[in-house]
Design a protein around this ligand. Structure first.
Ligand code: IPE
Ligand code: IPE
Ligand code: MG
Length: 253
């Protein structure tokens, strides 16, 4: 039985975030260059986007390129950006047909105009789509995002638009690149690494974490459904007791 059939349809997370890791090691295992891994990772992106759509997930946030990844060798960065442009061009029609909406989060000032043109045009084309929203985290890091949010808020205070006492968790959340997107219930990281690598630090405060040894190019639909199944077996308590969650007794007594 596939993991998809085992899923509880009433407990599908609305937002799943993914750290797509392990392309380089996948290629190395096969005696190939790192870019070969990145190229093969594109099929996994297709698979996971489709899988997320199939089970009715609303938001899928994919970590495609981090702020720190700019420090990789120039040739790798250039190949990755080239691959991104090609994939966007190739996938555009299918994404549109599948009613997928594209959003992008990250520091666009560092992206080339060619990358920006392609991305922004697909974002514009898909903006009224009502199915799955794919959020591409590109040139993104959480500390960059939080720094920007602090700058935005302090500017408003300086200009007298708001007072420091107006700064709430809600205002901070609304000042992040992910404003309007619910926090992820589940974060998946492939390739065996058990770290967050500057991803969605604010947003994953209460997310369930799922780590798998599988390298990204091998992570396909069934792996994704398995991660969702694992999520469905967790007991989320948000700081409360199990009894409160299960409503076993009245906490006011
Ligand atoms: C993830 O795979 C893709 C990006 C970070 C762009 P890696 O390129 O990090 O592959 P490993 O982790 O070195 O195997
Ligand atoms: C995280 O992977 C970033 C992306 C998947 C885009 P890295 O491979 O860059 O992370 P570290 O360096 O192993 O923490
Ligand atoms: Mg990596």
């Amino acid at each position: 039985m596939s993991s998809k059939d085992k899923l509880d349809k009433k407990n599908i997370p609305s937002h799943v975030a993914v750290i797509m890791d392990g392309n380089g090691r996948w290629a190395k295992e096969r005696g190939k260059k790192r870019i070969f891994g990145h190229k093969n990772g594109v099929q996994s992106v297709r698979d996971v986007v489709e899988a997320a759509g199939e089970i009715g997930i609303s938001y899928l946030t994919l970590y495609a390129f981090s702020t720190e990844n700019w420090n990789r060798p120039k040739t790798e960065v250039e190949s990755l950006m080239g691959l991104l442009i090609n994939s966007i061009k190739k996938e555009a029609a299918k994404l549109f047909k599948n009613n997928v909406r594209l959003l992008i989060i990250g520091d666009f000032t560092r992206l080339s105009s060619k990358v920006k043109e392609n991305l922004f045009s697909l974002r514009e084309k898909t903006k009224n789509n009502t199915g799955l929203t794919v959020v591409l985290a590109l040139s993104y890091s959480s500390r960059w995002e939080i720094t920007e949010a602090v700058r935005l808020i302090t500017e408003k205070v300086e200009e007298g638009e708001i007072k420091s006492s107006d700064v709430t968790e809600e205002l901070i959340g609304n000042s992040l690149a992910t404003s309007g997107i619910p926090d992820p219930e589940l974060l998946i990281r492939t390739s065996g690494e058990q770290r967050i690598s500057n991803y969605l630090l604010w947003q994953i405060a209460y997310s369930e974490l799922y780590f798998t040894e599988t390298f990204w190019p091998d992570f396909r639909k069934e792996n994704f459904f398995k991660a969702i199944y694992s999520y469905q077996q967790r007991h989320r308590r948000f700081g409360k007791t199990e009894e409160q969650i299960e409503n076993k007794f009245d906490i006011s007594k």
